[in-house]
Design a binder for this molecule. Sequence first.
Ligand code: NAI
Length: 224
Amino acid sequence: MSKNGTVSASVIKRLPRYYRFLGELIKQGTERISSRELAALMKLTASQIRQDLNCFGGFGQQGYGYNVEELHTQIGRILGVDRKFSTILIGAGNLGRAIASHINFESRGCLLIGMFDSNPKMTGKAVAGSTVRHTDELEFFCRTHKPEVAVLCIPKDNTQAIAEQLVGLGVKAFWNFSHYDLSVDHENIVVENVHLGDSLLTLTYRVNHLLHSDDEQEQKDKTE
Ligand code: NAI
C-alpha cells in the first residue's frame, strides 16, 4: 500500500485471481490454508501473498493460516461483489449473447437488468432470461432504472458515441469488448477494455520464445 493509503494497481489486478482460487477451495471443503499452501497452488511466493493481503490489514493468523471462507468474503467485499451494480449490455450479437449467457454477473457484483441492440430484428429476442430491447428505448430505460455499468459488445466505430450517450445518462463504468480502446473524457468514469486477442498474443509471444530457445539449444547441442 502506498503512503496515501491507495493500493497498487498490480495488487488490485491479482485480487480476482485470489477470489477465484479461494472460491474453488471452498467448493472443495477446505477450511483453512497457509500462505505457503496457497502460494504453491497459485504459483506465487508465500511472501508475495502475505504482502498482498497485508495491504488490506492481513487476514491470516500466525500458525493458523487463513480462514478460507473469511478471506474469500473479505476479498469479495474489497472487490465490491457484495454490491449489485445495475448493468446493461449493448449489442446483442454473437459476443453479447455469449457474455450474457456465460458470465455470472451476480456473483461478480453486477446485476444484468437490460440488453439493447440497434438492429430491429433483435428486438424482443430472449437472451439469458432477458428480452432484447431496441436502443430507441435506451434513454427512457436509463432514466427509469439508472444503470451504473454498461457492457459494450458493439463494433468499434459505434463505441465512443454510445459511451458518451451513456455517460450523459448516468452510467459510471464500462466493460468494453468492442475493439476500441475507449477513453471517456469525464472524471470518475471507470473503463475496463477487454481484448481477448491480446491474451492470445501474449501466448504466441511466450510459445515463440519457448520454441525459439529450444531451437537455439538444439543448435548448440549440434555444434558441441
Ligand atoms: P455481431 O455483429 O454478432 O454483433 C454486434 C451487434 O451489435 C449487432 O447485433 C448489432 O446490431 C449491434 N450494434 C451495432 N451498433 C450498435 C449500437 N450503436 N447500439 C446497439 N447495438 C449495436 O458481432 P460480435 O461477434 O458480437 O462482436 C461484437 C464486437 O465485439 C465486434 O466489434 C467484435 O470485433 C468485437 N469482439 C471483441 C472481442 C474482444 O475480445 N474484445 C472478441 C470478439 C469480438
